[in-house]
Design a protein around this ligand. Structure first.
Ligand code: AVJ
Length: 334
């Protein structure tokens, strides 16, 4: 059951609707225990983003080595008129995993009289705050918010959306966090919620020199290391863990075979650790795998899009070809 909460506490007069789909909270304890018992050991990257982790991620986006965010922002500025032409007037922009309000503002400002915006995020509080701010700055734009987990698909049919063509906005190379099969599944599930003529504007980071990539995920100021280590702080404080951050080292490695940057926490020496009363051991040099960030070539991204049921109509890149934005439309149904 979804409940359409209009004007219930807290009151959001600025929003056309707030649709709480009650996404199940991730089970941090279960996932950490499972990951530590596995070989190789791993922790899912969704747990990076508590308040401290989100603040560290914001700092990452400003680092000299982390070209991703500033490159995508500059690209959005440059291609704004082309996006306006592609989208046409009266579009309804839907943003799964709405994160940076800077990016959505650039898109909304570039488009030709957009009719609506719908933010969708797993964290309702954060979502409402950012949609409220958008509503203040874009009067006349119909704005709604959906609290849901986008990885399980988009359910939009019951919502009072303006009529226009729907444009899904999925920037940041978030798609790169998923392994190929899961990335295909995410895109295919987006497609299920789309009608003919709707489109996705999606950001995807590109393959480039391993040195550039490894530096982007292991910066000189140690902000990315702190972001990675934040997982350890969370395990210690929330799951009664005994991990010693001084015994772990942040590493970023380019995995050429899988075309991805991997982040790990590597044991500087052999150690025992406890989480919620359970014991685990790490051998010297053993790693906890904490994130994958897949990088694409124009060909590999096109193959992914097509395998998920989309045609790739256009791609744009910055002059140094660091990052791309792609325009996808559902393949005509046979
Ligand atoms: C938010 C998944 C796009 O993979 O570049 C940045 C996360 N991790 N630095 C990325 C991240 C370390 C980021 N994404």
């Amino acid at each position: 059951m979804t409940d359409l909460t209009l004007g219930q506490p807290p009151v959001h007069a600025a929003l056309d609707f707030f649709d709480d789909q009650h996404p199940p909270a991730g089970d941090f304890l279960r996932d950490v225990l499972t990951g530590l018992a596995a070989t190789p050991k791993s922790i899912p990257p969704v747990y990076f983003y508590d308040a401290a982790g989100s603040a560290l991620f914001d700092q990452i986006t400003d680092l000299p080595e982390y070209y991703v965010t500033r490159t995508e922002l500059a690209l959005l500025d440059r291609i704004g008129p082309e996006l306006a032409k592609r989208a046409g007037p009266g579009a309804v922009v839907i943003e799964p995993g709405s994160g940076s309000s800077v990016k959505i503002r650039k898109l909304l400002s570039a488009l030709d009289q957009p009719a609506g915006y719908v933010g969708l995020d797993i964290s309702g509080e954060h979502l409402i705050a950012s949609c409220d701010e958008l509503a203040r700055d874009y009067p006349g734009l119909h704005i709604g918010a959906i609290c849901a987990d986008f990885t399980t698909g988009l359910s939009l049919d019951h919502l009072p959306l303006p009529k226009g063509r729907r444009i899904l906005f999925f920037p940041g190379s978030t798609i790169g966090n998923f392994e190929p099969d899961a990335a295909r599944a995410v895109l295919a599930s987006f497609r299920k919620g789309m009608r003919e003529g709707d489109a996705i504007l999606i950001g995807a980071d590109r393959v480039k020199s391993p040195q550039t990539l490894e530096a982007a995920y292991d910066d000189a100021q140690g902000v990315t290391a702190a972001f990675n280590m934040n997982l350890i702080a969370r395990i210690n404080s929330e799951l009664d863990g005994t991990l010693d951050p001084a015994l772990l080292k942040h590493v970023s490695v380019w995995n050429a075979e899988k075309s991805r940057i991997e982040m790990h926490l590597e044991a500087r020496e052999a150690q025992q650790l406890q989480v919620a009363g359970r014991s685990f051991s790490l051998a010297k040099g053993e790693r906890l795998h904490t994130e994958n960030s897949h990088k694409f070539t124009p060909e590999s991204f096109q193959a992914l899009a097509e395998s998920a049921g989309f045609d790739l109509l256009e791609s744009w890149s910055d002059p140094a070809e660091l990052f791309s934005l792609h325009w996808l439309e559902p393949k005509a149904k046979a």
